[in-house]
Design a protein. Structure first.
Length: 348
């Protein structure tokens, strides 16, 4: 058994790596849900951070105490078996759709930042995904434990470098006009509901495998804290970028302006974070599909990758702008049910 703090860090890394995907790591997702609302977005980040800490911990405890090993079983716990059939179908569609966004984001990095064809980025991502997932959960832990600390470091560093440029206070306190109050209020709830519901694909089997509640609590709380730090750093940086919503990868533009000599290294980190979400989503889909159809894991992985790549042919920014908010509002009911579910469940 892993030592408690080592296990907690690995859980936190997988938690962060699953949530911090194409939109989060590139800054586009933070812009969509928070930064476009100006100073109001800051309060939204604080609310989202608390929800990540509190709800992520509760998901872990529910999964462990109920001894559920897949997101399908977890949804049966929340919704009941009859309703869970439709919810799980929705989750599967969402996971495939979001994985398509991730793979499209990887292609966007190769095209927009490296000058290669988008198809090259997609092919490389599929190849690496297949290799890592052949190692199962060990592959997940290894990749996330390496990439996540780098992402936290570079997010904070980018924030410091950007703020040093001056004009932060006026940019931070700005309140853009033409934004609906309901969108501003609901944004952190829709954002966290969407990300937490999709993170079930990884968090549930991890909680089932580890079981030690102290390790799970520490890991979930640490992961939620790290997510809050990255969110705040990203928001503070992005408020400094003019014409923010015109960029597919705004955080890369900030790094290019603030520290051009580190630009390529930061692009690598962004790609790594996209990759962690891709492998997390496909890992969950693979486990779920294999409960229905008994075919080799590698075959399932390749099928999911190819389907996601096909869907990902659409323009990345448009996919993110439409799919993420839509799925976020759909999963709000999931968030509410987790909040009100009693975590004291007898193990079978």
């Amino acid at each position: 058994m892993l030592s408690r703090w080592t296990g907690a860090f690995q859980i936190a890394a997988v938690y962060v790596g699953t949530v911090v995907g194409a939109g989060f790591a590139t800054g586009r997702e933070i812009a969509e849900f928070f930064t476009q609302y100006g100073m109001y977005g800051f309060f939204g980040v604080l609310i989202a951070g608390y929800i990540f800490i509190f709800t992520g911990t509760k998901i872990m405890l529910l999964s462990s105490r109920a001894a559920v090993s897949t997101y399908e079983e977890f949804n049966q716990l929340l919704f009941g078996k009859k309703i869970a059939v439709f919810v799980n179908l929705l989750f599967m569609i969402m996971l495939i759709g979001v994985t398509a966004v991730m793979i499209s984001g990887a292609g966007a990095i190769f095209e927009e930042q490296l000058g290669f064809s988008k198809n090259v980025g997609v092919a490389v991502t599929i190849l690496f995904t297949s290799i890592v997932l052949m190692r199962g959960m060990k592959g997940l832990f290894a990749v996330n434990s390496f990439v996540v600390p780098m992402m936290i470091f570079f997010s904070v560093m980018l924030c410091i470098l950007t703020i040093k440029g001056g004009g932060f206070v006026s940019a931070f306190t700005a309140t853009p006009e033409g934004r609906k109050t309901l969108d501003i209020v609901m944004s952190p709830f829709a954002y966290t509901a969407f990300n937490l519901s999709l993170s079930l694909a990884v968090l549930v089997p991890v909680a089932y495998e580890i079981r030690e509640e102290k390790v799970l609590k520490r890991g979930a709380m640490l992961g939620g804290f790290f997510l809050t730090v990255i969110l705040l750093s990203g928001h503070f940086s992005l408020v400094m970028l003019p014409d923010l919503m015109n960029y597919s990868i705004p955080s890369a533009e900030l790094m290019k302006n603030a520290a051009a000599h580190l630009h390529w290294l930061f692009i690598l980190v962004i790609y790594g974070e996209i990759f962690t979400s891709v492998i997390g989503n496909i890992f969950g889909l693979q486990k779920q599909i294999q409960t229905y159809i008994k075919i080799p894991g590698f075959t399932v992985i390749v099928m999911i990758c190819l389907l996601s790549a096909l869907i990902g042919k659409f323009e990345y920014g448009q996919l993110l702008g439409y799919l993420y908010p839509l799925f976020g509002y759909i999963t709000l009911i999931f968030l509410v049910l987790v909040w009100f579910r009693n975590p004291v469940i007898k193990k079978p």
